[in-house]
Write a new protein. Structure first.
Length: 298
């Protein structure tokens, strides 16, 4: 059960290791593109169709028709990777159970955006966790975990791209472990739990009146999507890659400085944020040097 590109390597590794995947459950197709006239299929659906795996796309997971169709598959085990919350009737259906691959070292960063929040909070490492699903989201007993370092300038997108392959390996290890029926579950320490709530556009605005390190982490954690943004000449300016200059800033936080040729930096509370890649509203993503070819700070 999954939808985006993140879920594809986990399905692929099971197929390549000759596991009998009886079906894939994913979101319904959407309409997008110009005028929303293009049918957009979930990434995992495209993979499943290419490998002759049946696909279920319920609009309502509580639908009796969907649940009956799922029950008829007689799956021993269900695996969830980047999917929505399941009703108990679904996750409790298989004889072995349902386990989830989560993009953090639980109990830290429970919620919809664990990779983003780990980077935003300046973590030096994160990881992946497999756990059996229970009633409350991301609280089930842990099967396995694997740790992943986060570089000081690494973006959430870069962590995501590494994590989806490391996560796939953990899914395979977990399936093999469950097969042995000798695994030991580890209860989560709920007192150590932190939250990673869904991110909205309005919460992506940069507050430069914060320590420069926190601003840099915020930009990294929002890149490439949904992207941290600020205002420039009344237009939204997304900052997709930044650098950090920890020094005493003389200017008011949020002040732009540039040589109008090669560099732009913005004053923060205790330093400067160097802009490396950005996107002004109505324009494409570009390097600062390319941006300055058509823009000049007075």
């Amino acid at each position: 059960m999954g939808t985006p590109e993140f879920a594809v390597p986990s399905l692929d590794i099971l197929v390549r290791n000759d596991y009998n995947v009886v079906a894939v459950v994913t979101a319904t197709d959407k309409w997008g593109g110009r005028g929303k006239k293009k049918r957009l299929e979930p990434a995992i659906k495209k993979y499943a169709v290419a490998h002759d795996i049946p696909v279920l796309q319920p609009s309502n997971l509580k639908s009796p028709e969907f649940q009956e169709e799922l029950r008829a598959l007689k799956a021993d085990l269900q695996i969830v990777v980047a999917f929505r919350m399941l009703p108990e009737a679904v996750w409790d259906m298989p004889t072995i159970g349902t386990f989830n691959l989560h993009g953090s070292l639980l109990p830290k960063y429970r919620g919809a955006a664990p990779i983003n929040w780990a980077v935003i909070k300046g973590e030096k490492e994160t990881g992946v966790t497999t756990f059996f699903i229970r009633h409350e989201i991301d609280t089930g007993d842990i099967l396995l975990q694997d740790r992943i370092p986060i570089g000081p300038n690494e973006t959430a997108g870069e962590v995501h791209d590494r994590m989806m392959h490391i996560g796939a390996e953990l899914v395979l290890k977990t399936v093999r472990l469950v097969e042995t029926e000798t695994y030991a579950l580890q209860q989560q320490d709920h007192t150590q739990a932190t939250k990673a709530p869904k991110i909205f556009h309005e919460t992506c605005e940069i507050d430069f009146d914060q320590p420069a390190q926190d601003v840099h982490n915020f930009i990294r954690g929002m890149s490439p999507y949904p992207a941290a943004w600020t205002q420039l000449d009344g237009k939204e300016l997304k900052i997709l890659r930044s650098g950090l200059e920890p020094t005493e800033a003389k200017e008011k936080p949020g002040t732009f400085l540039s040589d109008n040729k090669n560099w732009i930096k913005v004053a923060a509370k205790d330093g400067y944020i160097w802009l490396h890649e950005l996107q002004l509203q109505g324009r494409k993503r570009m390097t600062v040097k390319d941006f300055l070819n058509g823009y000049s700070f007075e």
